[in-house]
Each structure stands twice: as structure tokens, then as C-alpha cells.
Design a protein around this ligand. Structure first.
Ligand SMILES: Nc1ncnc2c1ncn2[C@@H]1O[C@H](COP(=O)(O)OP(=O)(O)OP(=O)(O)O)[C@@H](O)[C@H]1O
Length: 665
């Protein structure tokens, strides 16, 4: 303010009349007079505003206080994200969008930093509310356009006028912008017992494939198959070397419930598209998260390529690298010959072959199928996808006679470039819990994607950030969900009761760790009377394969497993899924319970819940899952099992000690 007056020029007349000293004294006097005048004007205005301020004070005060409250730091590591013990804010991540969320043999990822949650009392970005100080400045500026700085300095800080109260209002949720393909999916019905499409109604499917389908007891397509098969066949309508009209076909994302037949939705069109191939090259690559799943999918491909010249190769590390190499390439006098049209792989082993197998080429790849896509997105840190894409777009050798058909990375479109036919690479994503998070999907570099989805179109779009839970995933129609309130010590008894008293013949029981699986297995084994086995990473791939086979054959009544079997595993006739440990994430729940009620059958899911875990129920309700029915098991019902159970407990102690000794030795 002082600078303002010093700089102010008094005017030529005053300066001349007073002389050099008088001019200075006069300027000081005038400045003081001006200051007093302005101060008194400000005081008058202040008095005029007084009534308005008194009215506003009631609402302004709490707001001011609220703003001064220091921002509370959110706790990060108190509980597992999404766990029933996790605080409310954490449960926004409860669907397990974090990396490695489902594998209990991997550490669940940290919640992402971009949570939209705000500290209590914090105004949201872009809020129309202004801080009181800000408001007072602007109010003064309006009142005295000629001297706002003076105005502020003249009196005490003027509290701002408040338009509207500061009562506790829930900030409206910001709706993120969704790309159109995610916001407007192609809707797929989720009920696989209705809306079936007879095989003959899709005549584009090759008659030989139709015959194979019928031979395997399939007379109609499930809704997801009826939607996806024609779309894929259309994108390969000009042969697999170019897309329709010479354009690159759209990538497809498919989200449909567990057991709804997603595997055949890609197997049939891919086999059909490749039927016309002349030279054997890797044209289709299916990437899955586990060996067991890869094996299951390669079996389905084998069924439908059996009577064709197409060859399927499984590369998962179950065999030695050299053995797998033999099934992929053959050395010839003038180079290498490819031996596989379709490769089904796990990501790690696939990268091994890209790096170490001479003659392993993905340059002719037409379909890249990513099954259990959300899980595979979680494993993107392994960089397998960039490696695959780099191998598929490897710089071409101009001397190669097939160079014309090789694809190139997108460049500027010129008349010349449009003349060359381009081999398209089409990505196909499948999952029962496909993420809706555009940022995550963006990592896959999708080209003009199309989404086929059940349920999301009508329900889940209010939760489009992909990290919330409301109504995102669809469950099989024939599945009934229960929960059993129980104590920690009675959990094994409840499992024994379900298996022995309720007469289920094929039960899959999930725990959250391989230690829990092992102990429960030892306990049930010691109890006796149940054909029980365990499935976890304690066993090698060969043993695991054998266990699953025996379970499928009905030789095992109760299979106690980690989440290793939670995804994709298709075992016929599972009647009951027991969540011995409540799953930590919604996605895990969807996949675990999806091992029953498959392909239109009915099934039951029981989740054992401790008192402190009841938040799990809220998590499911918020996720739009069907309500879990309470199933009360009184201690009277469990009592007959207790004496034998106590004996089994003491045997368990012995077994655990014995195992510890063996490990130490
Ligand atoms: N059209 C059909 N008619 C009858 N059965 C079918 C049909 N399509 C698939 N199936 C059977 O349905 C079962 C489940 O199929 P699939 O494993 O493909 O389900 P999914 O959608 O991939 O499940 P998940 O998400 O759990 O992996 C399989 O046993 C399969 O043989």
C-alpha cells in the first residue's frame, strides 16, 4: 500500500505551487487525507454489510472450521484391501482389480493412488464452493473497483458472503467419461437355459464343425456364443489374411458369466478361419494364466481340429523346453518349418520360446486370444504382451517373397500404403470379470474394440471407473448363495457336516492359503469317512493334473484347494463350492463359486463367515450379487461329530510336528 502512495503522482499544479519541499509535504498530507477518506468509506460499507454478515455467520463458521481441519492421512496398510476387515474406502477395491489380487500365492497389489475418495470436509475439485477468504476478496473487488488493495487494508478481513448453507451434503459422484465402446456394449443374455440358438440358425459355421458340435452333445449355442461367433466369422470373412474390405478388424472384449461357454465362442470361429490355410504358421495364440487352464483349452481345440490339418501345440512348461520346441518347429535344409497353427501358452513359457526357440515366429499371427483377460492384465508387469506384439510385428526382410503379406506398424496412410494387403492381428479378450477400467484396457493397445457383455449395460454403468463394485459382474442363474455364521474353531466341523450330512458328492472347498488347505486336508483325512484331496502349489503339475482327473472321475468327494482352481477350471458335476475362508475380493468370489452351476446346471455356494467378517455380505450386496441366504447350523447339529473331531485334532498335531521334523532334517 505504501508503494502505491509513493508512486502516485500528485499532479503538475500542486507540485509547482508547493516547491520541492512543500510538494513533498503536501503529497504526504494528501495521501493521509486520501487514506482516511477511503478508510471511512470502507467502514461505512462495512456497517452496511453487517446485517448480511450476521445472517451468514451461522453457516460460514462451521465451513471455516471445516476447512482448517488438517487433512487426515488415509491408512494404507491396516488391513488387506477388500478384506472384510478392510475399512469402507478400501472396499472400493474389493473386486480385486489390483495386480495379482486373486492368487493367494502372490501378494495382493496395493490399492491404486487415484482413488476418488476425498478426505472428510475437503471440497471436491471444481467445487462451486469458495473459501471464505477468497470470497471476501472478490466481494471487495466488486464493491470498490477503483481500489481493491486499499479496501482490503482499510479494515479487518471481511468474512465472505455465503450463498447457500454448508450443511453436510454428499458430494455428487463424478461420472468418469467412458469411451463409447465400453459405454454401449453389445448386450448378451446371461441365462444359458433360455435364449439358446439352434446350431442350424448360424449357417456360417462350417458343416464339419457343426457336426463336431452335435457329436459332443451341443445342439444349440449359448447366448455368448450366438453373439460372438458370427461377429468373429464376419471379421474373418475375407479369409484370415485381410480384414473385411481390406480393413483391420475390430478387437473384441467378451464379459460373460462363469460356465457360459466362452471357450467355444472363440474356438469355433478361430478353427473355421484357419481351415483354409495352406502353409502351417502360428496363426492363433491363446494365452492363459495357469498350466491347468491352458491344458483345458488346448483339449477343446484338439476336439475341433481333430479332423482337420490344423495342429495345436501346448507350451506351458509341463514338458522340457526342448520337447516343446520339437512340437513347434522343425529344422529343414533351408531354414525352419513351423509345426503348429494354434499355440496355447502360459505367458512365461511363451516368452521363453520367443527368446530361445530358433524359427519360432509370430509374424503370421492372426488371432491373439487372451483368456481370463483381467487376470492377464494383472500380469502385464511381466511384459509378455509387448514381447508378443514385437514378435508379431518383427521388421520384415524385403527379400522374403511373403513380405507383401506381412503386417507393419501403423504409419502415415498414403495411396501406396493402402494398396498393400495387411495381415491383421486381432485381439480377443475373454473373462467373467472383465475390467471396465479404460486405463487398464488401454494397456492392451486395442484397435477399435467392441464389447460383448452380460448385465453391464443395464446395471453397472454407474460404477464405470472399473474399481467400484456395484452390479458389475453377472452370476450364473442356477447358482444359490448361502452363508453359514460360525466360529473359527467350528469351521472344520461345518465342512464335515456339509459333506457328510448333506450328502454332496462333489465338493470344492477353497481356502485363502496353501497352509490352510494343507491343515484342513490333514484334519479331514484324520477324521476319516471322506475321500479328500488337496490341490495347491505344494504339488507339481503332473500331480495336480492327476488330482483334477480323479476329482472329475468322482474318485474324490472333497477337494480342498487354494485359488489355483478358482478360475476357469471346468469340472463336470461340482455340486457345492465351500468358501472355507471368505474370499478377499469380489472377483475371487465370482470365479470360485463359478466352479458350480456351469452350463445351465444348478449349484450351491456356502461361505463360512466369522462374526467379524460380516462386512463381506455388504461387499457382495454393494456389488449387486444375489443375496446370500443365511444357513444356521446349531451346535446341536454339529455335536455328533465332535468326539471324532477331537481325536482328529490331536492326530493333526502329531502330523504337523512330524512334517516339521521332516522339513528340518
Ligand atoms: N452350447 C453349449 N451347449 C452345452 N454345453 C456347452 C455349450 N457351450 C459350452 N458348453 C459347456 O459348458 C461348460 C462351460 O464352458 P466354458 O468352460 O467355456 O465356460 P466359460 O464361460 O469359459 O467359464 P469360465 O468363465 O469359468 O472359464 C463346458 O463344459 C462346455 O463344454
Amino acid at each position: 500500500m505504501a508503494l502505491f502512495y509513493v508512486a502516485r503522482y500528485p499532479g503538475p499544479d500542486a507540485a509547482a505551487a508547493a516547491g520541492p519541499e512543500g510538494a513533498e509535504a503536501g503529497a504526504h498530507g494528501r495521501a493521509r487525507a486520501l487514506l482516511e477518506r477511503l478508510q471511512s468509506r470502507a467502514r461505512e460499507r462495512q456497517q452496511q454489510r453487517e446485517p448480511a454478515q450476521t445472517e451468514a455467520a451461522a453457516s460460514t463458521e462451521p465451513a471455516t472450521r471445516r476447512r482448517r481441519r488438517p487433512r487426515r492421512r488415509r491408512r494404507v496398510n491396516d488391513a488387506e484391501p477388500g478384506s472384510p476387515e478392510a475399512p469402507q474406502g478400501k472396499r472400493r477395491k474389493a473386486d480385486g482389480e489390483d495386480a495379482g489380487a486373486e492368487s493367494n500365492e502372490e501378494a495382493p497389489g496395493e490399492p491404486s493412488a487415484g482413488s476418488s475418495e476425498e478426505a472428510p470436509g475437503e471440497p471436491s475439485a471444481g467445487s462451486s464452493e469458495e473459501a471464505p477468504g477468497e470470497r471476501s476478496t472478490s466481494a471487495s473487488a466488486e464493491a470498490a473497483p477503483d481500489g481493491p488493495a486499499l479496501e482490503e487494508a482499510a479494515g479487518p478481513l471481511v468474512p465472505g458472503l455465503v450463498l447457500g448453507g454448508f450443511g453436510k451434503r454428499k458430494a455428487p459422484k463424478v461420472q468418469p467419461f467412458l469411451p463409447r465402446w465400453l459405454a454401449e456394449p453389445n448386450c448378451v443374455r446371461r441365462n444359458v437355459t433360455e435364449d439358446l440358438v439352434p446350431i442350424e440358425d448360424i449357417p456360417d459355421v462350417h458343416p464339419d464343425l457343426q457336426k463336431q458340435l452335435r457329436a459332443h452333445g451341443i445342439s444349440s449355442y449359448f447366448p455368448v456364443q450366438a453373439a460372438v461367433i458370427p461377429a468373429l466369422l464376419e471379421s474373418a470373412a475375407c479369409g484370415f489374411l485381410v480384414g473385411r474390405g481390406g480393413y483391420r478388424p475390430s478387437d473384441l472384449c467378451v464379459s460373460a458369466p462363469t460356465g457360459s461357454g466362452k471357450t467355444l465362442a472363440f474356438v469355433i470361429p478361430v478353427v473355421q478361419a484357419l481351415l483354409s490355410r495352406v502353409v502351417c504358421h502360428i496363426r492363433a495364440l491363446v494365452v492363459l494364466p495357469t498350466k491347468e487352464l491352458a491344458q483345458q483349452v488346448s483339449k477343446v481345440f484338439n476336439i475341433y481340429t481333430d479332423a482337420t490339418p490344423l495342429r495345436v501345440s501346448l507350451v506351458t512348461g509341463q514338458k522340457s523346453l526342448a520337447k516343446e520346441q520339437e512340437s513347434l518347429v522343425q529344422k529343414t535344409a533351408d531354414g525352419y518349418r513351423c509345426l503348429a497353427d494354434i499355440v496355447v501358452a502360459t505367458p512365461g513359457r511363451l516368452v521363453d520360446h520367443i527368446d530361445q526357440t530358433p524359427g519360432f515366429s509370430l509374424q503370421q499371427l492372426r488371432f491373439l486370444i487372451i483368456d481370463e483377460a483381467d487376470r492377464m492384465i494383472d500380469s502385464m508387469h511381466q511384459s509378455w504382451l509387448p514381447r508378443v506384439v514385437a514378435a508379431a510385428f518383427q521388421s520384415e526382410d524385403p527379400a522374403d517373397p511373403c513380405a507383401l503379406l506381412q503386417r507393419r506398424q501403423a504409419q502415415a496412410v498414403t495411396a501406396a500404403s493402402t494398396c498393400c494387403p495387411q495381415m491383421p492381428l486381432q485381439k480377443l479378450l475373454f473373462s467373467a470379470t472383465l475390467t471396465q477400467n479404460p486405463e487398464k484396457l488401454q494397456q492392451l493397445g486395442l484397435h477399435q474394440p467392441r464389447l460383448f457383455s452380460t448385465g453391464l449395460a443395464h446395471r453397472g454403468l454407474e460404477d464405470t471407473d472399473g474399481d467400484g463394485d456395484s452390479g458389475k459382474y453377472a452370476f450364473p442363474v442356477g447358482l444359490t448363495h448361502h452363508y453359514v455364521p460360525c466360529s473359527l474353531s467350528s469351521k472344520p466341523l461345518v465342512v464335515l457336516h456339509l459333506v457328510l450330512e448333506m450328502g454332496f458328492s462333489r465338493v470344492l472347498c477353497f481356502t485363502n492359503s496353501r497352509e490352510n488347505s494343507h491343515r484342513l486336508f490333514l484334519l479331514v483325512q484324520a477324521f476319516g469317512g471322506v475321500d479328500v484331496a488337496e490341490f495347491s502349489s505344494r504339488y507339481g503339475p503332473g500331480q495336480r493334473r492327476m488330482i483334477l482327473k480323479q476329482f472329475e472321475q468322482g474318485k474324490i468327494q472333497l477337494l480342498i484347494s487354494t485359488d489355483a482352481t478358482a478360475r476357469g477350471i471346468d469340472v463336470q458335476g461340482v455340486e457345492l463350492v465351500v468358501n472355507y475362508d471368505a474370499p478377499q475380493y469380489l472377483r475371487t468370489y465370482v470365479h470360485r463359486v463359478g466352479r458350480t452351476a456351469r452350463a445351465g446346471k444348478t449349484g450351491q455356494a456356502f461361505t463360512l463367515l466369522l462374526k467379524v467378517q460380516r462386512r463381506f455380505l455388504r461387499m457382495l450386496t454393494e456389488a449387486g450379487a444375489p443375496e446370500l441366504q443365511r444357513h444356521e447350523l446349531s451346535s446341536k447339529l454339529l455335536q455328533p461329530l465332535v468326539p471324532r473331531y477331537e481325536e482328529a485334532l490331536s492326530q493333526l498335531e502329531e502330523s504337523v510336528k512330524e512334517e516339521r521334523k521332516q522339513r528340518a532334517a
